[in-house]
Write a protein that binds this ligand. Structure first.
Ligand SMILES: [Zn+2]
Length: 458
């Protein structure tokens, strides 16, 4: 006779095998829906080509808010609403001028430049000054006031091409863009030029936000294309007296009203437990914000649409959140977390897609050991879909303000090799996104959200 204990063990094994095959079937259905009847690509086409750039406070951002509200309503999500938030309102103004003046070798020459987001303008007379190139903070420090005062500092440290993860490569160079202006201004610089954040040689500049430190004069900052950064460096090494002219009339206007856009499928069993999947609706102003982060927004909507189309009724409440103002303020992410706290909401997980619409590789995982272990235990279900990288930690900028509430934060992790060819540029357009890659991403997000909905992360 079998012992009761053995029977219980056998029952457990059978039920876990049944659950596994059910999960396999559900994940297969998710991919079938995304790949055969997916709508993320059509959504992205509209967002990029009919609305376009969506810098916070711009008419494009307002149009995108209204559009995403209407789309989620049309899909029949249980509720869709706007969450008000005040956002910074920076405007670029006229096309910037960055010009080499009277170089011995090249004469006068226009360079491919763009103001960094948040930069002050130069005033109508522009800034004309000698240039000094640095590749490290130590070099800047060594030059000191004597070498920097009255000059334009040219930060020209490239992204490290040896790193395989391009986000790590970006992380190693972006301090120049973020802090270069204030660091140079400490020594009396009158402007800065920053090599664009790309490992490739390109003709267009990459914008992105800078941070002015308090109590330091604000000086104008331009990004320069990587190709022209190389050229400028060469001209400067032949001609130390080379002068550079910059003219920008960008400015920061008063904060503007805007919104996060939220759509929700209410949980059938644990409605108070909330799972967030999101991206940011705002973009830089130079391109259409296709990879950054139109892709993440339409994928997040698509996760909920897939569940609805499959007739899957989530146990927990699942929210698609289009955050506003990730690029130059993070106000939407901060406000979302504030409201969650005020309303005493329980978020059991948050996932962001903000690494472009590229081929799936895996996920970035929560720092919490238990949650991490649980997600890794699902790897056999996800690996057949090319999801094999479960090695990195982290969520995304917009969900990061939820961290103090103990919410496990994770990210969708696509291939990173080409992301920084488009990031914050005039080339971040719909035609650079591959339909199938975008759809695979949406399905990959839905698959993990499904498992979290079924089993939680505790
Ligand atoms: Zn982004």
């Amino acid at each position: 006779m079998m012992s009761t204990r053995l029977i219980i063990i056998l029952q457990l094994i059978v039920s876990s095998l049944l659950a596994q095959s059910n999960d396999e079937g559900m994940i297969r259905k998710i991919y079938d829906e995304a790949l055969a009847r997916g709508q993320s690509y059509e959504m992205l086409e509209h967002l990029c080509t009919k609305i376009g750039a969506r810098l916070s406070g711009s008419p494009g951002a307002a149009a995108a808010v209204e559009w995403s509200r209407q789309v989620m309503q049309a899909y029949g999500f249980d509720s869709v609403w706007l969450q008000p938030v005040m956002v910074p309102h920076w405007v670029r103004g006229n096309k910037e001028i960055g010009r080499v003046v009277n170089s011995k070798k090249a004469g006068s020459m226009e360079m491919s430049v763009a103001a960094l987001g948040g930069s002050v303008g130069t005033g109508p007379g522009g800034v004309l000054a000698n240039l000094v190139e640095v590749k490290s903070w130590d070099e800047l420090k060594t030059l000191g006031e004597k070498g920097v005062k009255g000059k334009i500092v040219f930060f020209n440290r490239p992204m490290d091409p040896k790193l395989l993860q391009m986000f790590a490569s970006y992380g190693g160079a972006v301090d120049q863009r973020a802090n270069g202006a204030s660091e140079a201004a400490k020594y009396g610089a009158v402007g800065v030029i920053v090599r664009s954040m790309s490992a490739n040689l390109e003709d267009y500049p990459h914008t992105g936000s800078l941070r002015y430190a308090p109590n330091i004069p604000k000086i104008p900052a331009l990004a320069i294309s990587t190709r022209h950064a190389e050229l400028l460096s060469g001209l400067l090494s032949d001609d130390k007296d080379l002068r550079f002219y910059m003219e920008m009339n960008c400015q920061t206007l008063p904060d503007a009203p805007s919104f996060n856009v939220i759509g929700e499928l209410r949980g059938t069993k644990y409605p108070k437990e909330i799972i967030v999947v999101g991206g940011h609706l705002d973009s830089w102003d130079l391109g259409q914000g296709a990879h950054d982060d139109g892709a993440g927004c339409v994928q997040s909507i698509e996760v909920l649409r897939i569940f609805k189309a499959m007739g899957y009724k989530p146990q927990r409440t699942i929210r698609a959140v289009m955050f506003m103002n990730e690029e130059n303020g993070l106000r939407g992410g901060i406000e979302y977390a504030n409201q969650a706290k005020l309303k005493n909401e329980l978020h059991i997980a948050a996932m962001e897609s903000d690494r472009g619409g590229f081929t799936p590789r895996g996920y970035t995982l929560p720092a919490d050991a238990r949650a991490k272990e649980k997600i890794r235990s699902w790897k056999p279900l996800l690996e057949p879909y090319g999801l094999h990288d479960f090695s990195q930690e982290g969520g995304g900028a917009d969900i990061s303000p939820l961290a103090p509430q103990g919410v496990p934060l994770m990210g969708y992790l696509p291939d990173s090799q080409r992301y920084f060819s488009f990031h914050h540029t005039p080339a971040d357009n719909f035609d650079t996104v591959d339909k199938r890659e975008l759809e695979l991403g949406a399905a990959s997000m839905a698959a993990l959200i499904y498992l979290i909905d079924q089993y939680g992360l505790k």
